[in-house]
Design a protein around this ligand. Structure first.
Ligand code: GCW
Length: 865
């Protein structure tokens, strides 16, 4: 596939739109003519796709594509015996059966005929000492090769460890699923870093902090689940992308996980992880020695505390010999930590690290330590400085089995942040980068936002920490400073939803995280293409369209939610989902954008600001210190500028804010159009599920657009040059309609409803209505009804034209909202509506529970559709 025209930076361009159109047209034509393609596509449609299989579908290949693999041997031999090797063999059989319809014969002994041979290098060499003489494989790396073994042509999957063999099998199956040629197979892959982990923020009661896909797959009602089938399936998914560790409980850890009675429960999870080479880890609370250990202290300097940790860790290893280690969040957001006793993170880490060391375990100490009661009135205060201020002075004071786990940016997973300066602030300490797969601040798996595009920019960012280039990926993997350990941690938060992350396209983020942790030199476009082929099949139009959508989606999301590095303008005090521009200001959380009447942005310069810039190495600091060399997309992170400041694009800041929000909302609508071109090319289930979410997103992008633009219009007093902001000629406000029982009210914050007001149907009213007369010309129209869908009721809406009901629905989505506002505002689109002048239009609402069928406005646009 020719992908050169996909420019993976920025929004969708007109050229890309046109190209897509041509491409789809061309392929549509061929698909109709080509019986082969048509057959393939029918075969595709026949599968019921729940998303449970994720990228391991092993769907039957088209006949022609399957031809490439006709020469694959008919049997498999595994040299050795271990649960991981058994998984490798089982997976190979399963995959080939699914894709090629062939069932491999399992041979126990050395092959007498051509076979697929699975085994470690040492197992192979025990039989054939000269085999792959010059190949060197480390840890989880593997080799796939066609080679003679005992004089017989074989396909060999080998590695230093059984886990490497398993990874090799997954890689081989992935090639086949993507119809990649394997006739001249000889490929070595070596992971970039040893640590490739995921964290899950699951609470023992089964809820997941910042999880958007149902309850925990690990816990329920305070215990580990009885049925751990899903946990085992998850481990298989993780293994398929090279993930080797998983911390299963929230970093806001419940001390109970370390209770004696709980440890056997943890061991059950380790048991289902083990066959997939995924090592179990747990988050621990530093006050445990006191809270569950019966000591009167948890001071790390107290020998009784050290003794407690040692005994606890020994107990864990008795039950879980391959336990990976622990994750620590301390002195952060209300968690207790060494600061209680005037000790440092190094003191605290040491005590646990020494207990773990004899067993080979690791401590991940999170650098997310900050004061959330900062005085916002002090212009020198800056939360962004916290991680560096806390950890840089401790460089060299951590044991070799301690890793400092650093969020990618200095604040908190915002849609755009610079890279954390702490990466180059530690030279004698192991590091891991923490990336967030769960879309906390990036649309919560309701908005499409493919994050590998962002992660790749972060990983490639040169910190200038030495004479050679020192991109973040090289620092965290230990290459730059020759550290023994390091790597990647992704916060995932999969749930019991069948498809793991709720939005069918969100799984591209988990896949992409794993792929980048394995090889951060991969391009986002390669990752997007791989994932799409594996998840949706090889239809070139589908692959191309989905890849394009993924690659653009982060830029699109950013353009309507967080301009110029100001941070995500979401409600930071609530759900972190819908708009709430002012919520970051005037409180201690420190996610300030400092917008006032004259300007916007945080001055973080050394000259006049907080001095944060100086935490970077000189060349980076120099770039950010100056307005002229700070890239536009991070301008407001580093500088406070007047709204009239002219960007390098030639636009003023305020006009950029307006334009990007309008453009973002338009492009979101265009994503819907792009997706619709795939109808018939994909299975109905996922086609429909994605379409519904994209349509919702297109509506919510307008909520975002209007909220942010109106807020900045209010505060700056500067009008939109294009006259859009504050002017909605097609919009009829609910509060200006003829109301029956509906009553107007003020929505808070005001920018989250059109005109700051909406109407609601308060009990005792059982049904309310809002009506107006249509005075446009006769024709076909699209009507949009903006209403509020809370999660504490299931109101019913009806729209009537005269006596004719043209639409009805329930407000029964599960949005993170109990009141009308930016989280709950939802758009209902009614298309192809025939209207005549003088038509009476009426919206009826029936409230339910705490949800009062609140209505914001109606919009009517001429539409040929
Ligand atoms: O982003 C914030 C989240 C918290 C989270 C915290 C952290 C687990 O809003 O929910 O707590 O970061 O990373 O510790």
């Amino acid at each position: 596939m020719d992908r050169r025209h996909i420019n993976d930076a920025g929004l969708l361009s007109v050229a890309e739109g046109n190209h897509m159109h041509r491409l789809q047209h061309g392929f549509r034509h061929r698909a109709i003519c080509g019986a082969v393609l048509l057959f393939a596509f029918l075969a595709n449609c026949a599968r019921a796709e729940t998303g449970a299989e994720a990228w391991l579908r092993y769907a039957p290949l088209e006949k022609q594509a399957a031809q490439e693999y006709a020469a694959l041997p008919a049997s498999v031999v595994a040299l050795g015996d271990s649960p991981v090797l058994d998984s490798a063999k089982g997976e190979l059989i399963r995959g080939l059966r699914g894709m090629l319809g062939r069932t491999l014969r399992e041979e126990r002994n050395l092959p007498r005929e051509s076979a697929i041979v699975l085994g470690t290098l040492s197992a192979l060499r025990a039989n054939s000492p000269k085999l792959f003489e010059h190949v060197e494989l480390r840890e989880d790396g593997f080799l796939l090769a066609k080679e003679k073994f005992h004089g017989i042509d074989c396909v060999i999957v080998t590695a230093a460890t059984d886990r490497g063999v398993l990874y090799g099998v997954f890689a081989l199956l992935s090639k086949i699923a993507r119809s990649e040629r394997i006739s001249a197979l000889h490929e070595t892959q070596q992971p970039y870093a040893r640590i490739r982990w995921v964290d899950e923020w699951d609470n023992l009661d089964g809820r997941i902090e910042r999880g958007y896909a149902g309850p925990s797959i690990f816990f329920e009602n305070g215990n580990v689940r009885g049925d751990l089938t899903r946990a085992g399936e998850y481990a298989r998914l993780l293994a398929s992308i090279g993930i080797n560790g998983c911390a299963i409980n929230n970093v806001n850890a419940n001390p109970r996980v370390l209770e004696d009675s709980f440890l056997p429960q943890l061991a059950r999870v380790a048991d289902v992880f083990r066959p997939w080479g995924v090592q179990l880890s747990a988050s621990v609370d530093l006050s445990s020695p006191k809270v569950i250990g019966g000591l009167d202290t948890f001071d790390p300097a107290d020998p009784r505390v050290a003794e407690w940790w040692k005994k606890k860790v020994d107990d864990i290893y008795r039950l879980i010999p391959d336990f990976a280690g622990v994750v620590v969040k301390a002195d952060s957001e209300g968690r207790l930590g060494p600061a209680t006793y005037g000790r440092t993170p190094a003191d605290a880490a040491k005590v646990i690290a020494r207990a773990l060391a004899p067993h080979g375990g690791i401590v991940f100490y999170r650098a997310f330590v900050y004061n959330h009661h900062l005085d916002w009135r002090d212009p020198k205060n800056d939360r962004a400085k916290a991680a560096y201020d806390n950890f840089h002075p401790l460089d060299g004071k951590f044991d070799d089995n301690v890793i400092i786990q650093i969020k990618h940016g200095p604040i908190d997973f915002q849609v755009r942040e610079p890279v954390s300066p702490l990466f180059s602030g530690l030279e004698k300490t192991n590091e891991a980068i923490e990336l967030q797969v769960t879309q906390e601040y990036t649309g919560q798996q309701r908005h499409l936002c493919f994050l590998p595009t962002m992660w790749k920019q972060i990983l490639d960012f040169d910190m200038h920490a030495g004479e050679q280039p020192s991109p973040v990926k090289d620092i965290v993997s230990g290459k730059t400073f020759h550290r023994p350990l390091g790597g990647f941690v992704g916060v995932v938060n999969v749930g019991m939803d069948t498809n793991w992350l709720n939005h069918p396209l969100a799984m591209a983020n988990l896949y992409g995280y794993g792929r980048l942790a394995w090889n951060p030199n991969l391009y986002p476009s390669t990752i997007a293409e791989e994932w799409t082929r594996l998840s949706f099949g090889n239809d070139p139009v589908a692959v191309h369209t989905i890849e394009l959508m993924l690659l653009k989606s982060w830029y699109i999301y950013e353009s309507y939610t967080g301009p110029l590095g100001a941070g995500t303008l979401t409600d930071i005090l609530g759900s972190h989902y819908g708009p709430g521009v002012e919520s970051s200001e005037q409180n201690g959380w420190g996610q300030w954008h400092r917008a006032d009447h004259d300007g916007v942005g945080m001055d973080r310069t050394a000259a006049t600001g907080t001095g944060y810039v100086d935490q970077y190495r000189a060349p980076v600091a120099k770039m950010y210190e100056s307005l002229n060399t700070t890239p536009d997309e991070l301008l407001l992170f580093f500088h406070h500028v007047p709204y009239t400041y002219v960007l390098s694009s030639g636009k003023t800041v305020i006009q950029h804010i307006y334009d990007s929000h309008y453009e973002g909302a338009e492009q979101t609508a265009y994503l819907v159009q792009l997706w619709k071109t795939l109808k018939g090319r994909l299975d109905e289930e996922r086609y429909g599920a994605v379409l519904r979410r994209l349509e919702y997103q297109a509506g919510h992008a307008i909520v975002w657009r209007d909220a942010v633009c109106n807020w900045f219009f209010q505060i700056s007093g500067i009008a939109d040059r294009l006259g859009r902001v504050g002017h909605y000629p097609d919009r009829i406000e609910a509060e200006s309609m003829q109301l029956q029982s509906y009553a107007p009210f003020d929505v808070v914050p005001r920018e989250t409803a059109s005109g700051g007001k909406a109407v609601e149907c308060r009990p005792p009213a059982e049904k309310c209505s809002a009506a107006f007369r249509f005075d446009g010309a006769a024709g076909k129209y699209e009507m949009n009804v903006e209403y509020f869908d809370q999660n504490n009721g299931r109101s019913k809406f009806r729209v009537l034209v005269g006596d004719r009901v043209v639409d009805e629905w329930f407000a029964d989505d599960h949005l993170p909202a109990t009141k009308p506002g930016g989280d709950s505002s939802t758009r209902r689109r009614i298309v192809g509506l025939a209207l005549r002048p003088g038509d009476d239009i009426r919206v009826e609402g029936v409230p339910d529970g705490e949800e009062h069928a609140a209505l914001d406005y109606v919009e009517i646009h001429a539409s040929p559709e």
